[in-house]
Design a protein. Structure first.
Length: 64
């Protein structure tokens, strides 16, 4: 599970005008990639509708 500080960093990055494409490694070792629609206090919602809770995320773009 990623820390609160790491969540904050992800949310700050989303507010930039840069690309929102991310690579996510889940706790079950599954890797997913896509464009982030938004992030909230519970997790990340991808543009295609997939949702990943922070508790299920082990790594985002190489950040643990």
């Amino acid at each position: 599970m990623i820390s609160a500080k790491q969540r904050e960093l992800v949310q700050k990055q989303l507010h930039r005008d840069e690309s929102k494409i991310v690579n996510i490694v889940l706790a079950n070792e599954q890797q997913v990639a896509g464009e982030i629609e938004h992030a909230d206090h519970q997790g990340i919602v991808m543009r295609d509708g997939r949702r990943y809770d922070y508790a299920d995320i082990r790594e985002i773009n190489g950040v643990y």
